[in-house]
Write a protein that binds this ligand. Structure first.
Ligand SMILES: Nc1nc2c(c(=O)[nH]1)N[C@H]1C(S)=C(S)[C@@H](COP(=O)(O)OP(=O)(O)OC[C@H]3O[C@@H](n4cnc5c(N)ncnc54)[C@H](O)[C@@H]3O)O[C@H]1N2
Ligand code: MOO
Length: 397
């Protein structure tokens, strides 16, 4: 009996479990990564009591009845050793500058007798708006976060806002889940490079591009993208290089029943296992290690290779980088669907409002039609007919 998709997926997930690894990076490189450990604030925010407005630091009680205050000091942002404010005086202060001890309020310049600042001229005195509340326009130290408090918890995706929070609290490096290095190897003597002329009998290599993009979107880092023909020696050389540079090697092609199944032949001798999985597309599959590096061998048909990645490898890569599984959902079928028995079908589907309908035919070569699909419709192995309105599980593409 052919292996079920769930059984094969479990084997591939076990093979890829060691890909999860932590590393410490700078903040710029951490964008889009997932935090592996809590980040705690090294400094409080604000680090000191400071002004929220350009204006005058005062004692609120001194300003009653429009009293005139002598302007005795100048406090720009970045000022150090700021003297305490003597009663009955004011200090000209700029946004972000330390509020002098003794002052308990900042009055914006436009709400004082001065009206506006002009460069280089310090007004000798000032009177304020009628009501000045203690604490107004003063940003207290630690009012955003205290030193030692958790700024961003482990498991968070590092978005610009969260990275800014790390930076603002003095944290320059963070522990994240490492991006596994992935090699993508397309096999087949017939493959041509997109952008170059197509000779008779050739087919453009779509899998290298598809798998490279899929790896990147699942959080992996592409380190090798190679093509090899049907020469065992070539394949061995390419795979040895790939296995030396990557944490995971993905191959496509050469795994079915043909006379030139180079992947199956070369890897089979090295302990990689091949089996027929009861799914369509993506029936013939291989998995194991090459020179100690995990390797997953997908069939060459471009629809099969892409579907195989989605259902076998995508979530394992996402897990390694700390991401949750890709979203799966349930949708009602917009049309009836017939399905052959004994093989779990992964039909290309397109959303139709809250419903889903199959798009294109079943052929695994229909790589362009596949691009119209936004989900895979998952028809269980034992189901042969579904009616309009029946709910099906879908995998996002
Ligand atoms: N006698 C049998 N023949 C086949 C069987 C079978 O059980 N018995 N299985 C079929 C199924 S299902 C699949 S899937 C394919 C898998 O074939 P391979 O993995 O050996 O792949 P190839 O033969 O190398 O290529 C298949 C097909 O895909 C095209 N291809 C390959 N690589 C690429 C690429 N990188 N980009 C675009 N297209 C690619 C290739 O030209 C072939 O047309 O086997 C069936 N046969
Ligand atoms: O199992 Mo194959 O992937 O259908 O074309």
């Amino acid at each position: 009996m052919a292996t079920t998709l769930d059984e094969h997926r479990a084997d591939v997930e076990a093979l890829l479990a060691p890909l999860a690894r932590r590393e410490v990076t700078g903040l710029a490189e951490a964008a889009g990564r997932v935090l592996a450990a809590d980040v705690a604030a090294l400094a409080p925010v604000p680090a000191f009591r400071n002004a929220q407005m350009d204006g005058f630091a005062v004692r609120a009680a001194d300003t009653a009845d429009g009293a005139t205050l002598r302007v005795v000091a100048e406090v720009p942002a970045g000022a150090r050793d700021v003297a305490a404010l003597v009663p009955g005086t004011a200090a000209r202060i700029m946004t972000g500058a330390p509020v002098p001890d003794g002052a308990d309020a900042v009055v914006p310049v436009e709400r004082t007798s001065v009206g506006a600042f002009s460069a280089g001229v310090r007004p000798p005195e000032v009177s304020c708006e009628p009501t000045v509340e203690p604490g107004q326009h003063v940003r207290e130290a630690g009012s955003d976060v205290g030193a030692g408090d958790v700024v961003v918890p482990a498991g968070s995706l590092l978005t610009p806002t969260r990275l800014a929070a790390c930076a603002a609290t003095g944290v320059g490096r963070v522990e994240v889940w490492a991006r596994p290095h992935v090699a993508v190897v397309s096999t087949g003597a017939e493959l041509a490079v997109p952008g170059e002329p197509l000779a008779p009998g050739q087919v453009y290599d779509a899998n290298a591009t598809a798998l490279a993009a899929a790896v990147a979107l699942a959080g992996g880092e592409l380190v090798v993208q190679a093509r090899t023909g049907d020469e065992p020696g070539d394949l061995e050389r390419v795979l040895a290089d790939a296995a030396g540079r990557a944490d995971l090697v993905l191959t496509s092609g050469g795994v079915s029943q043909g006379a030139y199944e180079v992947v199956k032949d070369v890897l089979g001798e090295r302990g990689v296992r091949f089996r027929s999985v009861a799914m369509q597309p993506g029936g013939p599959q291989g998995w194991g290690t090459f020179a100690g590096t995990p390797l997953v061998a997908f069939p060459g048909n471009p629809v099969s290779a892409q579907v195989s990645f989605v259902v076998l490898v995508r979530d394992a890569l996402r897990r390694a980088v700390g991401l949750p599984p890709a979203p799966r959902g349930r949708l009602a079928l917009a049309v009836p669907v017939a399905s052959p028995p004994g093989r779990r079908q992964l039909l290309r589907g397109v959303r139709d409002g809250a419903r889903v309908r199959p798009v294109g035919g079943a052929g695994s070569h229909l790589v362009v039609t596949m691009a119209r699909a936004d989900v895979l419709i998952d028809v269980p192995q034992d189901v042969t007919a579904l009616a309009e309105g029946d709910e099906v599980e879908v995998w996002e593409l």
